[in-house]
Write a protein that binds this ligand. Sequence first.
Ligand code: C5P
Length: 238
Amino acid sequence: MEKRAELYRGKAKSVFTTDDENRFILHFRNDTSAFDGEIIEQLDRKGEVNNKFNHFIMTKLEEAGIPTQMDSLLSDTEALVKKLDMIPVECVVRNVAAGSLCRRLGVEEGTELTPSTFELFLKNDELHDPMVNESLCESLGFASQEQLAEMKKRTYEVNTVLKKLFDDAGMILVDYKLEFGVDVDGNIVLGDEFSPDGCRLWDKDTREKMDKDRFRQGLGGVVESYIEVARRIGLDLS
Ligand code: C5P
C-alpha cells in the first residue's frame, strides 16, 4: 500500500490518500488538543495507543454487526481504512451527565441519564461545534432524514456493545462522540475513531476519570490511563 497526499489534517489525526482509490490511511499523531485547539501538547505514545485502541474497538463493533471504516492496522500509528465521504455532524450519546451538558443545563456531574441522551453537533472549530438538530442538518444539507435515522440507530447500537464491554472491565461509559460517513455504495458507515480521546470513562468503584478529561483538567497520567483502560478490556499496550 503506497501512502500518497495528506488529504486532511485534523487536530490529532491526518488522513492520507493511497494508490487504492477506495482506501485511505489514518495517521494518529501524538498531538493532544483541548478547548477547540486552544491547548495543544505532544503526549508521548498517544498516537500509537489510540491507533491500536481504535482498531481493537472497531473490530469489536464490526463483530457486533456495525459497519465501520476499519480495514487493518498498518503500523504502530497508522490504520488502513475504507474511503468515506464524512458527514460533518458529531453524534453524542450520554449515559451519565458530564462536560458540556452540565455547563449548558446546570445538571450535576454524575447524574444518571435514563434513557441515554442523543445529541448532534456541527463539526466546525471556528463556531465551536454548535449543537444542531435533525431539522437543521436536513435543511442545511449535512445529511438526509434517512441518513440521520441510520446514524442515530448505529450510535445507540454502539452504546449497547461498548457499555457492556467497559462495564465488564470495571468502567462506566459516561459518554462518547461518533462520526459517520458515506461509503462508495452510499451506506452509512462509522468512521473517525473511538478512543479515550473521544469518550468519557470512569472507574466504576472510585469514579476516577480515565479519559481525555485527564488532559482537559490537568490531572496528568493521560496516556498511562489510556493504557490501563486498554489493559482492562483485554488489549496489552504496555
Ligand atoms: O464536551 P461534551 O461534554 O459535549 O462531550 C461529549 C463527549 O463527546 C465526550 O466524550 C467528548 O470527549 C466527546 N467529544 C469529542 N470531540 C468533540 C466534542 C466532544 O470527542 N469535538
